[in-house]
Design a protein around this ligand. Structure first.
Ligand code: NAP
Ligand code: MG
Length: 406
């Protein structure tokens, strides 16, 4: 049994992701690790009952304990309010946590030799770094009846007022105001440069400064300043490059590239393009990991996919599903690795590496896999397994790697 000195933050979630979460813990972690966690239950009903306080407490716990692992959670909408009889449309827990930690999200594909990317040039990783603060995720939206006039006013604490007017609105419409903060953009840039350097990857940043001449131009300027002042020499010595591209140009370059870079994206671009890279690279969101790094070095890992709602309804009817727990397993392994690194617990770190290896052996060598990746595997496989059978196959390989004979 591997010991743990310091607890990590465990954030539980909803639906099929929650079901798999429990299975992964029971079969692949608890038998091997004397797991220490501070547990926060973000099940939609518990968020509702605590008026979402539990989400804020979970984020604060990450600030205290430095390492967390999170299960996918429902972001309520009108349908969910009915389904779960909720008091209100609570904010996305991920948005709440990101706003408290002010981090950058890095999404990296789990590359497997028999899962061939849809883009045939891709051979090296493409990591999407998503700025996890501000923009439309913390914006204000208003509907108005026209004709109307609109203006934006900023009242600075120093007494100065800044105003800008829109052209006259001739009919009814909608308006949206978004913001970001220099300090957060600076942290985003630093986190991206640091991650690229540590993982020996080039860094690309892309935005639309030709059209967004104040907003996006500010991002571009900050990236350039931080590169020149803090990272240029380090990148040069490591043989790495930093490039700025217009976002539309970047898409074409990403598709034509062989990979091997971190693609830093503004919040919305990162939301969209991380799903694009996941699907085009590994065919399934279930092979995409997601890690949030805060400027203070706080760390939160999760699977990139959601709660896998449709599979959950089948599960509730008693049907076996072939939902893929790989990204959930990697969320746990990366949190345990991080905890091992911070506390100098190499046994824990090595166990987490073995757990990842066991997943890879199961898919690459045994060619045992769930339906989502079986469909994109090369050569094709004949046997698709259920989630439980897949976890059991991983457990057998893990025991072999750890030289445990059941
Ligand atoms: P989703 O849960 O990611 O699932 C979308 C589809 O992708 C599934 O129906 C399934 O396709 C496939 N898929 C995703 N993960 C899979 C896995 N592990 N194994 C096999 N197939 C997988 O997204 P969603 O259905 O749009 O969202 C459901 C709920 O999740 C929503 O309430 C949303 O708010 C929430 N969500 C949470 C997070 C988060 O907490 N980080 C992120 C995204 C969404 P097939 O049905 O074709 O098999
Ligand atoms: Mg997305």
């Amino acid at each position: 049994m591997i010991s743990m000195e310091k607890p990590i933050v465990e954030i539980d979630g909803d639906e099929m992701a929650r079901v798999m979460w429990a299975w992964v813990k029971e079969k692949l972690i608890i038998p091997y690790v004397d797991l220490k966690v501070e547990y926060y239950d973000l099940h939609i009903k518990n968020r509702d009952e605590t008026n979402d306080e539990v989400t804020i407490k979970a984020a604060e716990a990450i600030k205290r304990l430095k390492v967390g692992v999170k299960c996918a959670t429902i972001t309520p909408n009108a349908e969910r309010i009915k389904e779960y009889n909720l008091k209100k449309e609570w904010k996305s827990p991920n948005a709440t946590i990101r706003n408290i930690l002010d981090g950058t999200i890095f999404r990296a594909p789990i590359i497997l030799s028999n899962i061939i990317p849809a883009v045939r040039f891709w051979r090296k990783p493409i990591v999407v770094a998503r700025h996890a603060f501000g923009d439309i995720y913390d914006g204000i939206g208003l509907r108005f009846e026209g004709p109307a006039e609109g203006e934006v006013t900023i009242k600075q604490e120093n007494g100065k007022e800044i105003k800008a007017k829109f052209p006259m609105f001739r009919s009814s419409g909608v308006i949206q105001a978004i913001y970001n903060l220099d300090a957060s953009i600076e942290n985003f840039a630093r986190a991206s440069f640091r991650y690229a350097l540590e993982n020996k990857l080039d860094l690309w940043f892309a935005a639309k400064d030709t059209i967004s001449k104040v907003y996006d131009a500010k991002f571009k300027e900050i990236f350039s300043k931080i590169y020149e002042n803090e990272f240029k020499d380090k990148f040069h010595n490591a043989g790495l490059n930093y490039n700025y591209f217009l976002i539309d140009d970047a898409i074409a370059r990403v598709v034509r590239s062989e990979g091997g870079f971190v693609w830093a994206c503004k919040n919305f671009d990162g939301d969209v393009f991380s799903d694009f890279v996941a699907t085009a690279y590994v065919g399934s969101l279930a092979l995409m990991t997601s890690v949030l790094f805060s400027p203070e070095g706080h760390f939160l890992s999760e699977a990139a996919h959601g709660t896998v709602q449709k599979h959950y309804y089948k599960y509730l009817k008693g049907e076996k599903t072939s939902t893929n727990p790989t990204a959930i397993i990697f969320a746990w392994s990366s949190a345990l690795k991080r905890s091992g690194e911070i506390t100098g617990n190499m046994e824990l770190f090595n166990f987490a590496c073995k757990l990842e290896e066991a997943v890879k052996v199961t898919i690459e060598m045994d060619r045992i896999m769930t339906a989502d990746i079986a469909n994109v595997s090369e050569p094709p496989i004949n046997k698709i397994v259920s989630t439980e059978e897949f976890i059991e196959a991983i457990r057998r390989n893990l025991n072999k790697l750890l030289k445990i004979h059941p």
